[in-house]
Design a protein around this ligand. Structure first.
Ligand code: ADP
Length: 258
């Protein structure tokens, strides 16, 4: 996309030359488009739970719900309100990351220790689903923002537990490979179809909207992961096979090791 600036230059008061200045505004154009798209998506995502909250509340207010349904309706209102809270938190987090605001201080972060602490946090949920959650690997550190790295690992483990059926396994590992320190979160879950793989890191992209919603997903988890990886100059590799499972690898440059 180009912006053209034309300026007539009079020469000797007769014929007119025109100076054309063409500016490549592709970046600005795409940024503007994605901002618009994002706003449209956000509005849609906010509207859906709000519509359902007001629907259930109206039925209850007008005395149209059977007494035995009241509790279930109130539960739906709570679920939808919680979805809104999660959504607003994720949107705020994304805009903070976009503006590089409130990132805190960079320090040495022991990835294995952090993985263990995230695993402890998710253990009750994993146990509830009969999922074996484990951490292994080397005691390696990277230089980064602890709160962000914690959130990145938590988002990956959250997905792994969410998209893995009962009796499956989720494994977090920290390893050294060539010139990288690799943090991997692997699961034996439902997997991501190949055609969807290039898109799952986009904002609000979901493979299966109903499954993601049923499990409380906002569709923003992986785009937050992508942003946090970018802030740390880390690459992401996704390996996934339907019915077998998914691995997300975050590759930190060894340069960042202390
Ligand atoms: P959500 O909040 O919907 O989980 P994410 O941005 O975290 O949003 O993920 C985007 C989509 O990628 C999910 O809706 C899901 O379809 C797919 N996905 C993410 N992680 C996994 C995984 N570990 N296994 C299978 N599918 C996954």
């Amino acid at each position: 996309h180009y912006q053209v600036l034309a300026s007539p230059v009079a020469q000797n008061g007769s014929a007119t030359d025109v100076v054309l200045l063409m500016l490549d505004i592709t970046d600005r154009y795409t940024a503007e488009m994605s901002r618009r798209e994002f706003t449209a998506n956000v509005s849609h995502e906010l509207k859906t739970p709000l519509t359902s909250i007001s629907g259930y509340a109206e039925i209850m207010r007008d005395g149209l719900a059977r007494p035995e349904d009241m509790k279930a309706f109130a539960a739906r209102i709570c679920d939808e309100a919680n979805r809104l809270i999660a959504l607003v938190n994720d949107i705020l987090e994304l805009s903070r990351l976009d503006e590089h605001k409130g990132l805190g201080e960079k320090t040495e972060v022991d990835l294995l220790q952090m993985a263990q602490s995230v695993a402890r946090h998710f253990m009750p949920r994993a146990e509830e689903k009969g999922i074996i959650l484990s951490v292994d690997g080397m005691d390696l550190s990277v230089y980064g923002y602890p709160a962000l790295l914690n959130e990145m690992i938590a988002n990956l483990v959250d997905n792994a537990v969410k998209y893995t059926d009962r009796g499956g396994a989720v494994r977090i590992s920290v390893a050294q490979r060539d010139n990288s320190i690799v943090l991997s979160v692997c699961d034996t879950g439902i997997g991501i179809p190949e055609e969807h793989q290039p898109h799952v890191f986009e904002r609000f992209y979901r493979v299966d909207k109903s499954h993601s919603k049923a499990t409380g997903g906002t569709g923003l988890g992986l785009s937050i992961v992508k942003h946090i990886a970018a802030v740390h100059d880390a690459d992401i590799r996704l390996e996934s096979e339907v019915g077998k499972g998914t691995c997300v690898h975050i590759l930190f440059k060894r340069l960042h090791q202390l």
